[in-house]
Write a new protein. Structure first.
Length: 148
């Protein structure tokens, strides 16, 4: 199912660095995960106010769907939203767009499964209540809640 940008509230600009570009002039495929990470971190800081000094997050799984290449001279942004919240994990969707004079063009989509993590015990833990409530409040009504 194609992504609808209207389903997303959070958007952040992503800078393209010269070192992101491969030999044929496109952003290297591995860099897209870094772009998603930048966008997720901005989302957690700006929209959710995640307290990383008390609760960590690790990535359990990532998927990337490459639709159109991105080049050095493109201007891009990434949309982010949480689509599922379980007990200790939650799914984050990402949509990278190229900003053009005629609007935004979807270039890449992806999903990351994130896990609430306690670095002192090296174990997954329940998503902290404050952060859970913030994600629900920010991304409802498109959010799927479950206890898995």
């Amino acid at each position: 199912m194609p992504e609808k940008l209207s389903d997303y509230k959070f958007r952040t600009i992503i800078p393209i660095r010269f070192s992101d570009i491969d030999a044929v002039g496109h952003v290297n495929n591995a860099i897209y995960l870094t772009y998603f990470e930048i966008a997720r971190f901005n989302y957690w800081q700006e929209a959710i106010n995640w307290n990383f000094s008390e609760n960590g997050v690790i990535v359990g799984r990532s998927e990337v769907n490459y639709l159109k290449p991105i080049t050095l001279h493109d201007q891009i942004a990434c949309y982010v939203r949480v689509v599922r919240i379980g007990n200790s994990s939650f799914d984050v969707m990402h949509v990278l767009v190229r900003i053009t004079t005629s609007g935004e063009e979807i270039c890449t989509t992806g999903k990351t499964v994130c896990i609430s993590y306690d670095y002192t015990t090296n174990k997954s833990v329940q998503i902290p209540q404050k952060e859970r409530e913030q994600m629900i409040a920010y991304d409802e009504p498109r959010l799927i809640l479950n206890t898995n």
